[in-house]
Ligand binder design. Structure first.
Ligand SMILES: [Zn+2]
Ligand SMILES: [Zn+2]
Length: 177
């Protein structure tokens, strides 16, 4: 995993330090499935910006995730552009003003990148926006083989028949009247 030591970064208020870093992106779980970044190491731009009262860190990178589609379990990829920002106060009064990724003057870039990716994810990762998913009867992909089952078709015919029967007494009454 990638961490970045801030020991060499000596900044006065108003100064900034830019660094190109290669960040290793750990695999992660989402919706019970495993997703990996390909490639697992990405070039990122780290900016350390010293303000009067603290330090602003920003991390930007692009990544492509690979994993199963939420609906059909086929291969899905997702391109993301990540731009994370963290703030560490010089004398923090409360936890809000500290970053959890800073420890012993080193930034845990991999943990930060993983959390930033998690925040950027859509509700569902799909192979394509209109993925038809899996057939609820046989489990085959409806993308590869669009189909309807006899049983399902028969079911809907029975439902139509039942609806007619329910409507029938009213029809009779109309005839009598
Ligand atoms: Zn799919
Ligand atoms: Zn089927």
């Amino acid at each position: 995993m990638t961490s970045f030591s801030l020991r060499q970064v000596k900044l006065r208020p108003g100064e900034e330090h830019r660094e190109a870093v290669d960040v290793e992106l750990p695999a992660f779980e989402f919706g019970g499935q495993r997703y990996v970044a390909v490639p697992e190491t990405v070039p990122a731009a780290l900016v350390v910006n010293r303000a009067n009262t603290g330090t602003v860190f920003s991390l930007a990178f692009a990544t492509r995730l690979h994993g199963p589609c939420y609906r059909c379990l086929g291969d899905a990829t997702l391109d993301l552009r990540i731009h994370g920002r963290e703030y560490q106060a010089e004398q923090p009064d409360d936890e809000e003003l500290t970053t959890p990724y800073l420890e012993s003057n080193a930034l845990d870039l991999s943990a930060w990148a993983r959390d930033a990716i998690a925040l950027a994810l859509p509700d569902k990762i799909l192979c394509r926006a209109d993925c038809a998913g899996l057939c609820p009867f046989c489990g085959k992909s409806l993308n590869d083989e669009p189909h309807v089952h006899e049983a399902a078709a028969a079911d809907s015919r029975w439902q139509a028949l039942a609806a007619l029967r329910e409507a029938a007494p009213g029809g009779d009454a109309a005839q009598i009247g």
